[in-house]
Design a protein. Structure first.
Lengths: 726, 108
């Protein structure tokens, strides 16, 4: 009887080798995204079949070498050695190599060979190599390296069937196998062996490769991990081993020289490389795209076009979704009997899910453009152009696109920081991204500016005060982000900047299937992971704003409705009843836990010039900024479904006064409130994304705290100063 | 371990003030210099890489090794980073990182 054999294959390779395309090509739609505990790297697994063999493929992050400075970078070695909890030790390893860059790609392959596991090399992007005039014979390469080599053009689906078969065969232990990895020179090799034995004597069963990494990667992940196991005398033993092995040269240099020497020897005469080696088309395009003047102009123009596209395509879609959510909410509302459940479902759950779903068009469009730029190779050029500027503010050129994306929405921006290799740079970028003015702040700005900032114009109508205030708010976000990045890099994230060393890959046409797949994956991650947190928080806020829902309020307003229905003629009745409904909603809110919280908290916000209604609105909008408008609408009895255009709301706000008669919404107070919204992290989706991308609550919590503190202080300063001046 | 940290701080100092590095004493016949001093369009052969820190290790892994020929393709608009070509591919790195690579200048 035929029995299915199950095997596991780890897939590794340099970045920009088409590894994802190969992975997608092998597994199709049978993929899953998960997490490795303790690191920020995502776990990509997929399945495919060849004959009787069912293969689980694990896609490891793209890397140039197994050298690891952080737990994130160690994950490849961990998975390949079977040290991760939920994955078995792989039965084979698939190394994806770029045929046009064979020397550098084989560096990683030579390290992987030392693991002593069955290995298959996929020589991918063969079509490009041929186009560049390179000719490589996979069969001959296989002979020289002692491992199976399969030529593929994953983009066109070529070679994948053969690859599947050979993978299955290799994983089962069959096939020709005689890899002969490079030998590191003495005394380094000897020191590694001795330290390995020394550790084994003390009960540490490590692989040779782990000890090799511990010695060569100074203060790297391997060293730190062994040190944590508190083996007596380890640090001294390690240091002595390094001194003896070094022989005057740096260990990393010894390793690299040994490996590249081996590579050159194996490839001798095999790769014929014509004079003009680098891709001519890429070179010509780069002459324009990285040109000192033209390159920068094109880059800026591209940014403008992308943002314009996002706003003009996303806005109608978002309006559609808002309308759809409102319809669903109304439908459900009328289907359920009046009461707590109805309110929970209609106002809590649907509104909560709706607030996430409404941003989906914008987020997906951003993911699309970011993915497009990454896949075609332009992203690296953008980082190249912007690096000098970003270094001045303590970040890196690779931070630019994530930060620029945050001007639309911080969630895709934060998720885009995955391409930033240095952990400190990455976290610094994530921590300041929410300070940049995102599109969710704009309705609040629009409402407050239109209602309270005078519509005066200067310079013959060219400069308007309202426009200046809006511009000022954008600049405020940028300025504070810069300051925050600098401070973070000097305190919590102190340490050298990670190397900028970045490959500039050849330009290529992205594969639509690959992009669609990634869009789907990221969209799903957003909706499920972030959506869950948003849902949870909105339900909590709903509960606070609903209970205790006293019957006394219901009775009072019902009585009013009766008297109004009785006394007024039919046409005026509807209007009056609507007004009573709004007043009732306002009364419920004031009576609720949240309302009382607003009253209780008012003294805290009095120095900012806020009354309890504004305090309530700001607190209620901590999950999502736009909620401020609908909450103000409710408390001022204009109904919850107002937007920033509502004249009714504007009037009510202008007329609002404190109990002693003086106005609430004065210019200094409004400017202070705008400053608060500009600097405060009122977005559960962002907090959730921060938590997920940094894989801990610490950074998400810190971001929330520091931004709230900055917002409070900013609003305080603006209001008090404004009071002194105006 | 201490040696490593000192080198890292040295890297940091160089990164903070990339322009204010010590000028190498030049012998009239000695074309030895560092990669960041090579003009666009010209090539050089790597003599040595200061590989003590993490950056040095990455440089070696990417193929900047003794005896390799490297060509400087261009500088970014602001003068930093640099784009170089080696082993048939293009790499960009900051001037402060290129300073770690001692090279011997060649023609273009």
């Amino acid at each position: 009887m035929e029995r299915t054999r199950h095997v596991t294959v780890a897939v590794i390779g340099n970045p920009n080798t088409g590894k994802s395309t190969v992975f997608n090509g092998l597994t199709g739609l049978r993929q899953k995204v998960g997490n490795y505990p303790g690191v920020t790297v995502e776990k990509h697994t997929g399945w495919c079949r060849s004959g009787r063999v069912s293969m689980q493929l694990v896609d490891l992050p793209g890397t140039y070498s197994l050298a690891a400075n952080s737990p994130d970078e160690m994950i490849a070695v961990d998975v390949m050695l079977g040290r991760t909890d939920d994955l078995p030790r792989p039965d084979a390893i698939l190394v994806i190599a770029d045929a046009s860059n064979l020397e550098r790609n084989l560096y990683l392959a030579s390290q992987v060979m030392e693991l002593g596991m069955p290995l298959v090399i996929a020589l991918n992007m063969l079509d490009e190599a041929v186009a560049r005039g390179l000719s490589i014979d996979p069969g001959e390469l296989s002979h020289r390296l002692g491992v199976p080599v399969v030529g593929t053009v994953a983009r066109r689906g070529q070679g994948l069937d053969r690859l599947r078969r050979i993978l299955a065969l290799t994983a089962l232990g069959g096939g020709r196998r005689s890899p002969d990895p490079p030998r590191l020179p003495q005394p380094l090799a000897g020191e590694i062996d001795e330290l390995h034995a020394w550790l084994a004597q003390r009960g540490e069963s490590l692989h040779h490769v782990e000890v090799e990494r511990a010695i060569i990667d100074r203060e790297g992940a391997a060293e730190r991990r062994i040190a944590k196991r508190a083996v007596d005398g380890f640090s001294n033993r390690l240091e002595r081993a390094r001194e003896r092995a070094s022989d005057g040269r740096a260990l990393a240099s010894l390793e690299a020289a040994a490996r590249y020497g081996w590579i050159q020897q194996r490839l001798d005469g095999l790769v014929t490389r014509p004079e003009a080696a680098a891709a001519a088309f890429t070179g010509r395009l780069d002459r324009i795209l990285t040109h000192r003047v033209l390159g920068v102009l094109i880059f800026l123009a591209l940014m403008v076009v992308v943002f314009q596209a996002i706003f003009s395509w996303a806005t109608p879609l978002m309006q559609e979704m808002e309308a759809a959510v409102a319809r669903v909410s109304a439908a459900v509302g009328s289907a359920l009997p009046e009461g707590a459940l109805q309110s929970l479902v209609a106002d809590g759950v649907i509104a909560g899910v709706g607030s996430v779903v409404v941003f989906l068009p914008q987020i997906l469009l951003l993911f699309f453009f970011i993915g497009l730029l990454e896949d075609c190779g332009y992203m690296a050029r953008a980082a190249f152009l912007m690096d000098r500027l970003m270094v001045k503010v303590g970040l890196s050129g690779k931070s630019f696109i994530p930060l620029a994306s945050s001007f639309a929405c911080a969630v895709p921006g934060i998720m885009a920081t995955r391409t930033i290799e240095g952990r400190r740079d990455r976290i610094a970028t994530m921590m300041v991204a929410p300070l940049l003015t995102c599109s969710a702040r704009l309705p609040v700005y629009a409402l407050l500016i239109a209602a309270f900032v005078p519509a005066e114009r200067y310079a013959g109508g060219l400069i308007g005060v309202q426009g200046l205030v809006l511009l000022g708010l954008y600049l405020l976000g940028i300025a504070v982000a810069v300051a925050a990045a600098l401070v973070l890099k000097r305190t919590a994230l102190r340490g050298g900047t990670a190397p900028f060393l970045m490959e500039l890959p050849s330009y290529k046409l992205p594969s639509l299937a690959g992009m669609a797949r990634r869009l789907f994956d990221r969209g799903r991650v957003f909706v499920v992971r972030v959506g869950t947190i948003v849902l949870g928080v909105t339900v909590v806020i709903w509960a606070l704003a609903y209970f205790p829902h006293p019957a006394s309020v219901a009775d009072r307003y019902e009585a009013e409705r009766q008297s109004v229905s009785a006394s007024l003629p039919a046409d005026a009745r509807e209007q009056a009843v609507a007004e009573i409904d709004n007043a009732e909603a306002a009364a419920y809110l004031e009576q609720s836990v949240f309302g009382r919280l607003g009253h209780a908290v008012e003294p805290v916000f009095r120095p900012l010039g806020w009354n309890w209604q504004v305090s309530l609105g700001v607190m209620a909008s901590f999950p999502a900024r736009e909620v401020l408008i609908s909450t103000l609408g409710t408390t001022y009895a204009t109904g919850a479904d107002v937007d920033e255009e509502s004249q009714d709301l504007r009037q009510k706000l202008s007329a609002a006064t404190f109990p002693d008669g003086h106005k609430v919404f004065t210019i200094p107070m409004v400017l202070g409130l705008l400053t608060f919204v500009a600097l405060c992290l009122q977005c559960v989706a962002t907090v959730g994304t921060l938590r997920k991308e940094a894989n801990s609550w610490r950074w998400a919590g810190l971001a929330w705290l520091y931004m709230t503190a900055l917002a409070y202080i900013g609003a305080l300063i603006v209001f008090q100063l404004g009071g002194l001046i105006g | 371990m201490r040696r490593g940290r000192r080198s890292e701080r040295g890297d940091q100092r160089k990164q903070r003030a990339p322009w204010r590095h010590r000028r190498r004493r030049h012998d009239a016949t000695d074309p030895a210099t560092t990669l960041d001093r090579i003009a666009p369009g010209r090539s050089a052969v790597v003599v040595r890489v200061s590989a003590d820190g993490g950056t040095g290790q990455r440089l070696c892994e990417m193929g900047l090794l003794e005896g390799e020929t490297v060509t400087v393709v261009r500088l970014a608009p602001a003068g930093d980073p640099i784009e170089i070509e080696l082993w048939g591919y293009r790499l960009s790195l900051r001037r402060s990182e290129a300073q770690l690579v001692e090279v011997e200048a060649r023609g273009s």
